[in-house]
Design a protein around this ligand. Structure first.
Ligand SMILES: CC(=O)SCCNC(=O)CCNC(=O)[C@H](O)C(C)(C)COP(=O)(O)OP(=O)(O)OC[C@H]1O[C@@H](n2cnc3c(N)ncnc32)[C@H](O)[C@@H]1OP(=O)(O)O
Ligand SMILES: CC(C)C(=O)C(=O)O
Ligand SMILES: [Mg+2]
Length: 577
C-alpha cells in the first residue's frame, strides 16, 4: 500500500527470559472504571449530569470499587458532578472515587479543592514521558520530564496536607505514553515519584502504565510489564496497574497478557468506550474470566440492562457482535452451528435427568456458545434464527423451543426442506411463528377423508409419540387397537417410537404457546406414511391418544395420495398420456 514507508516497525523490548507465557490468570484484578473520565472525554456530547449519575450508579451496582469520576478542572460540569457526589453523600463506603489532573501546579490544587469533604478519594496525576512528547509537546529533556512528575507529586502532597486533612487520599501516577517510553526512563520517573510520595509501609502507590496509543503487539506490552515487575523497587507497596487502549484492536489481549506478566489492576470502560478505538472493554475482560471459571468480581447477570444503560449514557450504539453483550452474539443462523447447539442442549437435558439435578447446575457444554446466555440474563429465544443458511437442526430447535414439538428426524428433514425453499424464495429470515404456520399448513390434516378411498396399495404408518410413551402400558394397547381399526383402510401400523420428552407448558418461554394453542396434556403424534417409494408426514394433536394417531395418519395419508397423484400425473404427462 502506498505510503507504508512512512511507518516504522515497533522495536520490542529485549526480554529473552520472559516468564509470563507460562503463567495463568487465577484471580480477577482490581478494576477501575474510567467511563466517566476517559470514556466521557472521548464523546462528541459529553454526558449530562443525569447521564453521569446513571453511569455512576450502574458502576456501583456492578461492583466497581474504584471509579474515575472525572477531570474536575476540565469543565464546570465535571467539577460539579464530583461535588454533587460528595455533598449528596452518594459514594458508598467501599467505593473510592478518583479524579485526574495534569502535572501542573494550579490544576493540581484546584483538583484537590474539588475533593473537599470526601472521606476517601484518589488523585491521579499524569505526564507524558515518551520521546515524541518530550520533543514535540513539552520541548524538554528527560531530566525536566522527571522533575515535572516529582514536582507535581510534591505540590499535591503539600496542598493535600493543608486542604484535605480529613480525607483518606491515595495517589496514582501514570507515565502517559508508557508503551512508547524507553523502559529505563519510565522506571527512573516512577522511582522518583515513589521517593517523593515516600512510598513504603502504609503509603502504597498505584503506578499505572497506559498504552495511551496502542502501537505494538500485546506480547510486547507484556514484556514491558514483566520488565517493570522485576525492576520496580518497593514492589510490595506498588499496585501495578495497566490502562490499555485499543488502537490495534488488541486492547483485551494487551490487558490479559499484562495480567500474566504481573499487572494487578486494570483500567478500562464498559463496552470499550474511550479515546479513538476505545479503552479496553471491561465487559469482555470480566466475562472472559467468568467463562474460565474465575469470578470477575463484577456483576454481569443482566448484561442487556448494562448495555442499554451504557448506550444511553454514551449516546453510542454497542455493536451487535460485541463480545458477550451484542445483540447477535448468542445467535446462530448457520445449519451446522444450530445442529450442534441443539445437540448440546439435548445432551445437557439428558444428563440433568440422569443425575436428577437442574441443567443450570451442570458444567456448561454447549457447542458454539462460550457461556450460558442465561448466566448473563439473556434467554434462549434468539439462539437459533432460521434463514437460507439453516438446516434441520435449527428447524428442530425452533419447533421444540417455540412450539413445544420434538420432531422425529425424518420430519425435521422434511420440514427443513420446506423452510429452506421458503427462505430461498422469499429471502430473509423465517420467524418462529412463520415456521409454525408452514408446519401447520403442511402437516396438520386439511383434506377430505373421502380422499383416503383413493388409496390403492397398502400404506405403512410409523408412528412417533412426542414425549413419554410406555411400550407396555395402556398406551400400547391403544395402538394395537388403532392398528386393528386402520387395517381395513389398508393401513398397517408398523412401529411406535418416542421423540423427545414431555415438555410442560410452563417450560416454554413466556408468550409462547404450543402449536395451535394446544395444551401439553394433549398428545402429539407424528405419522410417517409410506406408499411404495413415496413417504409423507402428518401430525395429529388430541387429548385422546388414539384420535391423535388417527389424525396424524389421516393427514399423512391424504398428503401421500395427493403427492403420488401429482407424481403419477407428472409421469403420465412426461409419457405423453
Ligand atoms: C491520555 C489522556 O487521556 S490524558 C487526559 C486528557 N483529557 C483532557 O485533556 C480533558 C481535560 N482537559 C482540559 O480540560 C484541558 O486540556 C486542561 C484544562 C487540562 C488544560 O487546558 P489548557 O491549559 O487550555 O491547555 P490545553 O488543553 O491546550 O493543553 C495543552 C497544554 O497542556 C500541557 N500538558 C499536556 N499534558 C500535560 C501534563 N500531563 N502535565 C502538564 N502539562 C501538560 C501541554 O504541554 C500544553 O501546554 P502549553 O499550553 O504550555 O503548550
Ligand atoms: C491519563 C492516562 C492514564 C490515559 O488516559 C492514557 O494514557 O491513556
Ligand atoms: Mg486513556
Amino acid at each position: 500500500m502506498k505510503g507504508v514507508e512512512r511507518y516504522a516497525g515497533f522495536t520490542p523490548i529485549d526480554l529473552v527470559d520472559r516468564t509470563w507465557p507460562a503463567q495463568r490468570i487465577r484471580t480477577a484484578p482490581r478494576w477501575l472504571s474510567t467511563d466517566l473520565r476517559d470514556g466521557n472525554q472521548s464523546l462528541a456530547n459529553p454526558m449530562t449530569p443525569e447521564r453521569k449519575l446513571m453511569m455512576f450508579e450502574l458502576l456501583v451496582d456492578m461492583g466497581f470499587k474504584e471509579i474515575e469520576v472525572g477531570f474536575p478542572v476540565a469543565s464546570r460540569s465535571d467539577h460539579d458532578f464530583v461535588r454533587m457526589l460528595i455533598e449528596q453523600d452518594r459514594i458508598p463506603d467501599d467505593v473510592r472515587i478518583t479524579v485526574l489532573t495534569q502535572a501542573r501546579e494550579e490544576l493540581i490544587k484546584e483538583t484537590l479543592d474539588c475533593l473537599d469533604g470526601a472521606p476517601r478519594a484518589m488523585i491521579h496525576i499524569y505526564n507524558a514521558t515518551c520521546p515524541l512528547f518530550r520533543d514535540v509537546v513539552f520541548g524538554i529533556d528527560r531530566d525536566s520530564c522527571k522533575k515535572m512528575a516529582v514536582a507535581a507529586t510534591q505540590v499535591m502532597m503539600d496542598h493535600a496536607q493543608r486542604r484535605l486533612p480529613g480525607t483518606d487520599l491515595s495517589y496514582q501516577y501514570s507515565p502517559e505514553l508508557f508503551n512508547e517510553t524507553e523502559p529505563d526512563f519510565s522506571l527512573e520517573v516512577c522511582e522518583a515519584v515513589m521517593d517523593a510520595w515516600q512510598t513504603g509501609p502504609g503509603r502504597g502507590i498505584i503506578l499505572n502504565f497506559p498504552t495511551t496509543v496502542e502501537r505494538s503487539l500485546p506480547n510486547v506490552f507484556a514484556d514491558q510489564i514483566e520488565w517493570l515487575d522485576r525492576n520496580l523497587t518497593r514492589r510490595e507497596h506498588v499496585c501495578l496497574s495497566v490502562h490499555p487502549h485499543n488502537d490495534r484492536g488488541t486492547g483485551v489481549a494487551s490487558a490479559e497478557l499484562a495480567l500474566l506478566a504481573g499487572a494487578e489492576r486494570v483500567e478500562g470502560c464498559l463496552f470499550g468506550n474511550g479515546e479513538r478505538a476505545g479503552n479496553v472493554c471491561l465487559v469482555t475482560l470480566g466475562m472472559n474470566m467468568y467463562s474460565h471459571g474465575i469470578d470477575p468480581g463484577l456483576d454481569f447477570t443482566d448484561i442487556s440492562t448494562i448495555r442499554r444503560t451504557v448506550e444511553l449514557c454514551n449516546q453510542l450504539p454497542v455493536h451487535p457482535r460485541h463480545p458477550y453483550g451484542g445483540d447477535l452474539v448468542y445467535t446462530a443462523f448457520s445449519g451446522s452451528h444450530q445442529d450442534a447447539i441443539k445437540k448440546g442442549f439435548d445432551e445437557m437435558e439428558r444428563q440433568a435427568a440422569r443425575l436428577e439435578v437442574p441443567s443450570a447446575q451442570l458444567p456448561w457444554r454447549v457447542p458454539y456458545l462460550p457461556v450460558d446466555p442465561k448466566d448473563v440474563g439473556r434467554t434462549y429465544e434468539a439462539i437459533v434464527r432460521v434463514n437460507s443458511q439453516s438446516g434441520k437442526g435449527g428447524v428442530a430447535y425452533v419447533m421444540s423451543a417455540w412450539h413445544g414439538l420434538n420432531l422425529p428426524r425424518g420430519l425435521q428433514a422434511d420440514l427443513a426442506a420446506k423452510v429452506q425453499a421458503h427462505a430461498d424464495a422469499m429471502g430473509g429470515e423465517v420467524s418462529p411463528s412463520l415456521m409454525g404456520t408452514l408446519f401447520a399448513q403442511e402437516y396438520l390434516h386439511h383434506g377430505d377423508l373421502a380422499e383416503t378411498s383413493a388409496w390403492q396399495a397398502p400404506i405403512t404408518a410409523s408412528l412417533h409419540v412426542d414425549g413419554d410413551f410406555d411400550h407396555t402400558g395402556p398406551q400400547a394397547d391403544t395402538f394395537r387397537t388403532l392398528g386393528a381399526l386402520l387395517g381395513p383402510w389398508g393401513i398397517q401400523v408398523r412401529v411406535v417410537h418416542r421423540t423427545g420428552r414431555s415438555l410442560d407448558h410452563e417450560e416454554l418461554a413466556p408468550g409462547r404457546r404450543l402449536l395451535g394453542g394446544a395444551k401439553r396434556a394433549e398428545t402429539v403424534i407424528y405419522a410417517e406414511c409410506a406408499l411404495g417409494d413415496e413417504v409423507a408426514w402428518g401430525v395429529g394433536i388430541d387429548a385422546d391418544i388414539a384420535t391423535a394417531a388417527f389424525l396424524a395418519v389421516r393427514a399423512a395419508g391424504v398428503r401421500l395420495v395427493r403427492e403420488s397423484d401429482t407424481s403419477r400425473a407428472a409421469v403420465g404427462a412426461a409419457a405423453g398420456h
